[in-house]
Design a protein around this ligand. Structure first.
Ligand code: NAP
Length: 255
């Protein structure tokens, strides 16, 4: 049974590891190619876009894929939509692995916004010391607010993505623990954190640290993803795959 796992997340890597070596399963992990040195995966990996919904549909058909697992990032909305359309057209089962969003709790000082330009506006006119953890590809809107001093943490170098006079670039890959995040926020006297509502444990440390220090967090809400069958954990997805591989639903479309 051939499975395509759309990845680029911790969960996709964990799912691939959980599926690797299982008899009767032939799993391909797909990465967009945004990071130049992705962590080695436990299953064969392909890298790069498919060429829109038509390209994805052709790839699934040509490779005899029986089911697709969309384990992409909560903010990767285009590929999820493409997967939903391609799987619907080909009548292939699609399962989304979607980690729950973070929710504000007691002591959190969140400013919830819907878009990155709204996050920029939420910083205000007064210069502030800003910890920016929105990803390299989302930095450009902050060039409109060059009065702030930015500490920008990304996996890849930011190059000239953020045009502001005071930028401290930090290259690092999670997970990040609360204790080290707290030490960082304190030592740099960070006044506000900006983040996407990615969910998950790997990058929650900054949220907990900000709460402990009373630092406000500008929280960018997730984009809409297509309505498809979804599970929240890798363990549940493994059970779903195991259950479905023995059902006629998947055997019926097997090539
Ligand atoms: P996106 O806006 O939904 O996708 C843009 C295009 O990138 C897609 O149309 C597709 O190109 C290609 N693509 C995306 N994910 C792919 C995958 N897993 N395999 C092959 N092609 C893929 O996604 P994005 O926000 O650029 O994110 C790209 C990847 O980075 C995703 O896999 C996501 O899980 C990961 N990621 C994203 C974020 C984030 O904040 N956006 C954070 C961490 C990790 P074609 O149309 O040519 O097929």
């Amino acid at each position: 049974m051939k499975l395509l796992v759309l990845g680029g997340t911790t969960e996709a890597a964990a799912l691939a590891a959980g599926l690797a070596g299982r008899p009767g399963l032939d799993v391909t992990l797909s990465l967009a190619g945004r990071t130049s040195h992705p962590k080695p995966a436990a299953v064969p990996t392909r890298v790069g876009g498919f060429g829109g919904v038509e390209g994805l549909r052709a790839w699934i058909a040509a490779h005899g894929i029986v089911a697709v697992i969309d384990a992409t990032h909560p903010f990767a909305a285009v590929i999820s939509r493409n997967a939903a359309e391609a799987c619907a057209a080909l009548r292939r089962p699609l399962l989304a692995l979607r980690r729950p969003p973070w929710r504000a709790g007691l002591g959190d000082r969140w400013i919830e916004v819907g878009t990155m330009p709204q996050a920029v506006a939420a910083l205000g006119d007064t210069p502030r010391r800003v910890f920016l953890t929105v990803g390299r590809l989302e930095l450009a809107p902050f060039s409109a607010a060059p009065q702030h001093r930015y500490w920008v943490r990304t996996i890849e170098p930011i190059g000239d993505a953020l045009a502001a006079p005071e930028v401290v670039a930090i290259q690092a890959r999670g997970p990040f623990e609360e204790e080290s995040e707290r030490a960082f926020l304190e030592s740099q006297r960070i006044e506000v954190v900006v983040t996407k509502n990615s969910g998950g444990a790997a990058t929650y440390g900054k949220i907990a640290a900000a709460r402990a220090l009373g630092v406000p967090v500008v929280m960018v809400a997730r984009p809409a993803k297509p309505e498809v069958p979804s599970l929240e954990s890798v363990e549940e997805a493994l059970v779903w795959i195991e259950a479905h591989r023995t059902t006629p639903t998947l055997r019926g479309v097997s090539t």
